[in-house]
Every structure is written in structure tokens, then in C-alpha cells.
Write a protein that binds this ligand. Structure first.
Ligand SMILES: Nc1nc2c(ncn2[C@@H]2O[C@H](COP(=O)(O)OP(=O)(O)OP(=O)(O)O)[C@@H](O)[C@H]2O)c(=O)[nH]1
Ligand SMILES: [Mg+2]
Length: 321
């Protein structure tokens, strides 16, 4: 091995701040386009593990509004920031049903901010993989922080667990859904609870109830989720929200959990990549290899069962290596 590999032109462009190259590469990731491969491979060594902050929570609780204000806050302290909004492609699950959905503010003149939405296309696993790879590009491109908004569909929200270093669950006072949300598994993934819309009545009760829930599961040596109250209309609590996120990021470093978490995530990612690739290869072979087609014929004819066929297939693969 000799030094760092030469960067492909697109990767060089991304590192030098070319936004269009960055946007094109993210589109390639989204579409499963093979062009993304060389860019991702060559830029991995340049990633610095910047904070990836995920925002999950029910429809309309104010995730986008909060992210807009956090972006302003981060710019005011001279940090650059990229935002990815994971949008469901189905019109039925979109937040726009409420008709008052906040869009990210365009900041055409600020090179320190980058916004991008990605279609979720239903498959939670696929979203996680594409979002993770897009976040890596944003990291390599030099952004200090990546913020990811997921839309309130349980599956996609849980995918945030796999990619975010800090997970913010956004709730609002007096939302019947809250209990459902907590049951749906969001409670376990929260590093920070953000009770937004504290300008509305009931915020204190909501915070107290949450504090009680959090207090039910204290764990020595583990992170205790922080609870922050915010309002984007007043606005208030935005610096506190960022403070809670930073506190969690510091905890990840001081406790060593960033390192162990990263190992687990990378293990899952690599195994997933191998599984996908082997699966595609095997499917192709089952269709084309005469011996394997005969094996499949026998399963179809009920002469052997699928598990036995799988054992034989695995043995055949082992022998061939
Ligand atoms: N009263 C009040 N309204 C707010 C606050 N934050 C957001 N809203 C309103 O809530 C609505 C939804 O805000 P969004 O920021 O789009 O919420 P979201 O969680 O991103 O919504 P989806 O992406 O559709 O799930 C908008 O009408 C906002 O103006 C707040 O702090 N107080
Ligand atoms: Mg939104």
C-alpha cells in the first residue's frame, strides 16, 4: 500500500466545496447508482465522525421549525451545518396532510449550510443505509454537524437509531399520540427529549410526565436522557436544546461509547453489505447454474425442502471457495 489513493474527480470536487458535485453524489447514493461507489470508498478515510443528530417524532410537532432555528444558532457560533430531511414518498404518510408544514429555509448565500431531502421509498433499512452514506459525504465535505429529520413514521424513525450519534425525540404538550409514540419504541432511542410548543398550555405537565418516565429507568454509567422545553414561535430554549445535544456528544467521548457504538454500527453495515452482495450473486446462480437449477426443481417438486436445499447450497458455496 502506498499512501492515500488518488481521489476521483467527483470526490475532489466535493472536498473543495462544490455543492453540485455533492448533490449529484447524494442522488447517486439514493438511486443505488454504481457511480457512488468510488466516491464513497475514496472519501471514507477523510470522515471525522462529526455529530449526526437525528430528529424523530410525530407529524407536525415542529421538527423542521426546530432544525431551522438550530441551523441559525449553529451559524451564530460559526459552525457549518448540513441538513438531510428523510421524506416518505407516499403522499398518505406525508406531514403535508396538516397543510402547514414548515419547509427548510433556503440560504442561497451561505456556504456554511446545505439542505437536502431524500425519499424514503418505504424500506427502512434502505433509508438508513443511504442516509448514513450521504452523511459520510457531508462529513468529508467538511460540515461540522449533520442534522437529520425523519418523518413521523415509526419504521423510518427507528432507522435513525442506526445512523445518528445523538437522537432527539420531539414531542408536544397534550398530544394523544405521545403515549403511542413512546410505546412505538421512540422512548428507548431518545438521548434528548424535546418538548416543543411550550408556548401552548400543558407544557409543564408534559415535562413532568416525561421526567417521571425517564426517572423510572435510571442506569449507572449510562446516559440519562435530557428533557428540554422549546418554542420556535417565541422562540425559546434553542440554545438549551443544542447544549443537551452537545452534552450527549461529550458523554459519548468520555464514556467510550462512541467507539463501541461505532464498532457495532460498522459491523452491522459490513455484514449488511456482504449479505446484499452474496444474496444477489446466489440469486443469479440459482437462475443460471444447471446444478443449482436442478436443486431448485427438486424443491418445487417437493422432493426436498427449502432448508435442506439451503444447507446444500451453502456447502456448495463453501466448497467452491
Ligand atoms: N405554537 C407553536 N407552533 C409551532 C411551534 N413549532 C412549530 N409550530 C407549528 O407547527 C406546525 C408544524 O411545524 P413543522 O416544523 O413543519 O413540524 P414537523 O415536525 O417538521 O412536521 P412534519 O415534517 O410534517 O412531521 C407549523 O404550523 C409550525 O408553525 C411552536 O413552538 N409553537
Ligand atoms: Mg418537517
Amino acid at each position: 500500500m502506498t499512501g492515500a489513493p488518488r481521489l476521483p474527480a467527483a470526490a475532489r470536487a466535493i472536498c473543495s466545496g462544490d455543492r453540485r458535485a455533492l448533490a449529484r453524489a447524494i442522488t447517486a447514493i439514493e438511486n443505488g447508482d454504481p457511480d457512488a461507489g468510488p466516491i464513497l470508498r475514496s472519501l471514507y478515510a477523510r470522515t471525522r465522525q462529526v455529530p449526526i443528530v437525528g430528529f424523530a417524532g410525530p407529524l407536525g410537532v415542529g421538527k423542521s421549525s426546530l432544525i431551522n432555528l438550530l441551523v441559525s444558532h449553529l451559524r451564530s457560533v460559526a459552525r457549518t451545518v448540513a441538513v438531510i430531511a428523510v421524506d416518505p414518498s407516499s403522499p398518505f404518510s406525508g406531514g403535508s396532510v396538516l397543510g402547514d408544514r414548515i419547509r427548510f429555509e433556503a440560504r442561497a448565500n451561505d456556504a456554511g449550510v446545505f439542505f437536502r431531502s431524500m425519499a424514503s421509498r418505504g424500506a427502512a433499512g434502505g433509508v438508513a443505509a443511504a442516509t448514513l452514506e450521504a452523511s459520510r459525504l457531508l462529513d468529508a465535505a467538511g460540515f461540522d454537524v449533520v442534522l437529520v429529520e425523519t418523518v413521523g413514521s415509526g419504521q423510518v424513525d427507528v432507522a435513525i437509531r442506526e445512523i445518528a450519534s445523538t437522537r432527539v425525540v420531539v414531542l408536544v404538550p397534550h398530544l394523544g399520540d405521545e403515549v403511542q409514540t413512546l410505546k412505538a419504541g421512540l422512548f428507548e432511542i431518545a438521548d434528548v427529549f424535546c418538548v416543543n410548543k411550550i408556548d401552548l398550555p400543558g407544557a409543564d405537565t408534559a415535562r413532568r410526565d416525561l421526567a417521571e418516565l425517564v426517572g423510572l429507568a435510571p442506569a449507572a454509567g449510562r446516559w440519562t436522557p435530557r428533557i428540554v422545553g422549546t418554542s420556535t414561535t417565541v422562540p425559546s430554549g434553542i440554545a438549551d436544546l443544542w447544549g443537551a445535544i452537545e452534552a450527549h456528544e461529550s458523554f459519548l467521548d468520555s464514556s467510550g461509547t462512541r467507539r463501541t457504538g461505532e464498532r457495532q454500527r460498522l459491523t452491522a453495515e459490513i455484514v449488511g453489505l456482504v449479505r446484499d452482495r452474496l444474496g444477489r450473486e446466489l440469486t443469479r446462480e440459482l437462475e443460471n447454474d444447471p446444478d443449482l437449477r436442478r436443486l431448485l426443481d427438486r424443491v418445487v417438486a417437493r422432493e426436498i425442502d427449502p432448508r435442506t436445499a439451503a444447507d446444500r447450497l451453502r456447502n456448495a458455496v463453501r466448497r467452491s471457495r
